[in-house]
Design a protein around this ligand. Structure first.
Ligand SMILES: [Zn+2]
Length: 299
């Protein structure tokens, strides 16, 4: 485990989509996540071919090919009973996948939706049908990464069996999984303990048949375990703490899996992310230089 996993942050595209790569360079990111449009709006500014090629060139130069992802807007709900909302959601998601293709991204992260009170089974069926359609109409586009949620309200996929059911209804080659450490905790996975971390993995592999997630959102949190709340805190300042993140960045199964911060930015947009990335690299290093036993386990 010579190198830490690809580590980065969710960064702004303000001033032009390629600006996110400049910001990533400043922070020394080896992974990146962006919104390709304002996350709270249905209409996105188009990305011109010129802007897209500028982004692709910058990302390639920065070594960010294959480790750069888009997060889909939060408005999308592919599990809704509201037909108009569902139609807008699938149209926007298709556009997101095409934008990701134009930018050469590795995938688009999606919250799998909320059933709105009709129950998870109905919601999952609706989401599966909607996403099957979306993926069918976007052949050649990057993968869709379904994100584990904290399960707030009627939001789907805070439980592994729900995520597994949705994945099994979709073409495996077009889908992936995104973990979020704060969501795992909020949904009831005690990842702050070694035993809880093991159990989390066991549940994931049993329900999804996958060997590892494809992306990890690194967020600390101060919500209660299993509270089904979703609040992100800076790394080390929440209930997960440094020990949890040390476990995450040193886990061999995640050695090649990109990880990005989605933590509060602070006043200058740079300092807190930089500090968190330094801390994560330090936690990874300390593992290597730790006790003899740790060394023989990790090298
Ligand atoms: Zn998310």
């Amino acid at each position: 485990m010579a190198q830490p996993p690809p580590l980065g942050a969710h960064l702004s595209i303000a001033g032009g989509v390629w600006k996110a790569v400049e910001r990533a360079h400043e922070l020394g990111c080896t992974a990146l996540q962006i919104f390709t449009q304002a996350p709270g709006r249905w209409e996105g500014l188009p990305i011109t071919p010129d802007a897209a090629s500028r982004f692709r060139e910058a990302a390639a130069e920065e070594g960010l090919d294959g480790v750069t992802f888009a997060h889909a807007p939060y408005l999308i709900n592919v599990a809704t009973a509201d037909r108009a909302l569902l139609a807008r959601s699938t149209a926007l998601l298709e556009d997101q996948l095409r934008r990701a293709r134009d930018l050469g991204l590795a995938g688009v992260v999606l919250h799998p939706g909320a059933h709105g009170g009709e129950g998870a089974e109905v919601g999952l069926e609706r989401a599966a049908a909607a996403l099957t359609g979306v993926l069918g109409r976007t052949a050649g586009c990057p993968r869709l990464l379904l994100e584990v949620t904290a399960g707030q309200g009627t939001v789907l996929c805070s439980a592994w069996d729900e995520l597994g059911a949705l994945l099994s209804a979709l073409p495996a080659g077009r889908t992936g999984v995104c973990w979020d450490t704060a969501h795992l905790w909020g949904s009831g996975h005690d990842i702050a303990s070694a035993a809880g971390w093991r159990k989390t993995w066991d549940g994931f592999t049993a329900a999804t048949g996958r060997v590892a997630p494809d992306l990890v959102h690194l967020n600390d949190t101060n919500v209660e375990l299993g509270s089904h709340r979703d609040r992100h805190e800076r790394i080390g300042l929440g209930r997960l703490g440094e020990r949890t993140f040390a476990r995450v960045v040193r886990d061999k199964r995640l050695a090649q899996v990109p990880m990005v911060l989605e933590t509060p930015k602070g006043p200058d947009e740079v300092t807190w992310d930089r500090e968190a990335l330094e801390l994560l690299r330090e936690l990874h290093r300390r593992g290597r230089g730790g006790s003899k036993r740790a060394r023989s386990e990790t090298d």
